[in-house]
Design a protein around this ligand. Structure first.
Ligand SMILES: *Cc1c(COP(=O)(O)O)cnc(C)c1O
Length: 368
């Protein structure tokens, strides 16, 4: 390899390092150290196929993947004798899997999802060729249950597939599973499916007391959580969990790899399950609880200090996402803020400390 090519990589690394300092708009933890795992990058680890099935491809990390799944199953009170899941390439794949499963169970089902749902979901629904209805959102990003009721009554004959957000992308709004079930029951709808998109909040709410409950005890049937968001990972990843009794209906045995073709991707990342496992062992429940508490406090601090500077900021209960009026493009660019229409947000991930919040606050205040 030419020296100049190697230099290009070094320069890129320096650029990335610099950009990380003003990375406050996306829900991605940048504070991690997986150097203990670097040796594993010399091997073609691949978790091809079903994590629960023995396969012929032995360079895999299924053992770690199963422990990660067990941890998330317990965290979300999935039935330990009836859950299934795998480590995905991210939240999008987990949502796609949930919708795919729902479609196989209810081929005539209609997907209901709120206006504030992540942009990838409408694409997933188109790819799967599913009927869908968009539900209005409330101001805080949560689903409008009155609108859900009206839409459900209109489409009465088809089984509803509810795509619920546990933390919307822009405002971290939480759809109330209890309210949704009340609507379904009051309309005497006998059969339905609820999938939960807990990309970000799936790693914050379980560590906060007295939060809305969206776990498997509520009757939700599948759930997608991002791994690279709150936990942090050098490679995007996520976790999907579903009820095993549902999954059994779609798995197909594949002789070539000696496994079941039950996942969206065939070849799957063998490194990311070890990343998640490492974080799980390093922090454990209590470590994550501390981390989450600090982030929530920082978010509360950001709301207070922005408002004190005349910037109308707010956040949802339990959220680490702070929403405020969209500033100039200069500020959006400088802090890599995520924007939508007339709002922007800062997400108080572990690297967004008070000093950073103060600097953003000053920049915002200088414009108002
Ligand atoms: C980020 C996000 C997704 C997509 O997750 P990826 O891991 O980026 O694929 C889906 N839903 C919500 C609510 C998100 O915030």
């Amino acid at each position: 390899m030419k020296k100049s090519d190697l230099q290009k990589i070094k320069n890129f690394e320096a650029l990335v390092k610099g950009q990380e300092k003003t990375f406050v708009g996306y829900p991605v933890n940048t504070q991690f150290d997986y150097s203990d795992l670097y040796g594993l990058l010399s091997y073609p680890l691949n978790n091809v196929g079903d994590p629960f099935a023995e396969g012929y491809y032995h360079l895999n990390s299924r053992e770690f993947e199963l422990e990660v799944l067990d941890w998330f199953a317990r965290l979300n009170h999935a039935p330990l004798d009836n859950y299934w899941g795998y480590v995905t390439n991210g939240g999008t794949e987990g949502n796609m899997y949930g919708l795919y499963l729902a479609r196989e169970l209810y081929p005539k089902g209609v997907v209901y999802y709120s206006q504030d749902t992540h942009y990838s979901v409408s694409k997933n629904i188109r790819m799967l060729g599913m009927e869908h209805v968009m539900i209005k959102s409330r101001q805080n990003g949560e689903m409008d249950y009155q609108d859900l009721r009206e839409m459900l009554s209109t489409w009465r004959c088809a089984p509803p597939i509810i795509f619920a957000n546990i933390g919307t992308t822009m405002k971290e709004g939480i759809d109330d599973i209890d309210e949704i079930k009340k609507v379904l029951h009051s309309l005497a709808i006998p059969e339905y499916y609820i999938h939960v998109d807990a990309a970000l909040a799936g790693m914050t709410l379980p560590f906060i007391d007295n939060t809305p409950i969206y776990d498997f005890t509520t009757g939700v049937q599948s759930m997608s959580i991002s791994g690279h968001k709150f936990i942090g990972s050098p490679v995007p990843c996520g976790i999907v969990l579903a009820l095993k009794s549902n999954v059994g209906r779609i798995a197909r045995a594949i002789e070539y790899v000696g496994s079941l073709d039950s996942t969206v991707s065939g070849s799957r990342n063998g490194f990311t399950p070890i990343v998640l496992w490492y974080a799980m062992k390093k922090y454990g429940f209590n470590g994550f609880k501390k981390m989450v508490r600090k982030c929530v406090r920082n978010a509360e601090y950001a709301v207070r200090s922005f408002n004190a500077k005349g910037v109308k900021a707010w956040k949802n209960d339990f959220a680490i996402t702070v929403v405020f009026p969209r500033p100039s493009d200069k500020i959006v660019k400088k802090w890599q803020l995520a924007v939508q229409d007339d709002i922007a947000h800062v997400i108080c991930m572990p690297q967004v400390c008070k000093q950073v919040i103060d600097k953003i606050g000053e920049d915002l205040a200088n414009e108002t």
